[in-house]
Design a protein around this ligand. Sequence first.
Ligand code: ZN
Length: 340
Amino acid sequence: MSVHATNSNAPKNKHRKIGVLLGSVTLLASLLTIPPAAAEQGAMEIPTTGVVTGTPNGYCGSGNSHGGFDIAAPTGTNVRAAASGKVVQVGYQSRSGNLVDVEHAGGYKSRYFHLSAQSVKTGQTVTKGQVVGKVGSTGNSTGPHLHFQIERYGSVIRDAALNRTMTCGNRVQAGTAMNWGFPGLPRTGGTTPPSNPSVSYPTLRSGSSGAAVKDLQARLKAAGRYSDAIDGKFGPNTLNAVKAFQRSVGLTADGVVGPRTWGALIARDLNGTTLKSGQDSNQVKILQRSLNAFLGSGLTVDGKFGPATQTAVKKYQSSRGLSADGVVGAKTISAMKRGA
Ligand SMILES: [Zn+2]
């Protein structure tokens, strides 16, 4: 389950064909309108940046039995927690090499094998994206790579839908949301699953890519902080734009797009209208997206200000030291726009 080959003997033209194919798919995808929901999916994120050489359905090329994803990457590349949780094992096994296991809500466990370094301790809690170790080639391995395995209640997850994101020969980026739902796994690492598990705003940073980054870039552009291409790649220009936006609203300019930065970017679209129970409008949709970003509320974005939205508003208000009256007036809107 942990043998891996970077397959440097493979015919080069085969790799070239894969590249051309991926290029066409990327071009096609960039021509399509990505719905806002695309940025709201994925409770787990890809843990490292590299090339997929194995999937839970088999090693790429041979199809031999394999229990996880192999991502080939240089030794020392950061390995990040796919979701928030608790470290339940930091150890060594002859096949898996140096390993880290992280337990998540909903019965999930993510496992990271063949590490050259382990950066966490058993019993420690980790947040999504936190470095847990470095890529290596320890144990039964023929080249530096991460073996990344997802289990639920002890069974390896082999869901075919996972392969929409992680396919043989594809280059993947750490921090990209896996475009797949994990039932019962919360967005933000709490213990209570949200009412609608398909809604989230993944933490984005340099190196992230995908639909959520496109959504981010479009919002930064609308905010007048970004003038480059909406290409879904979080590079230096996106980083500068994020920092400039964070500075402009008074947030710490760390360049990492977490709940407060997402929330402030979304709340920009609130026009100042007071929002309250019983209303049904596009402004309520923006409010619901903001609350999902700030709190991981898991609200359905339907524009209807019902009891669930009101509860989330009160939770936001009380956690920010505002009067928790459930009515979104000037003070609440101002706090949201500041990313408070
Ligand atoms: Zn493997």
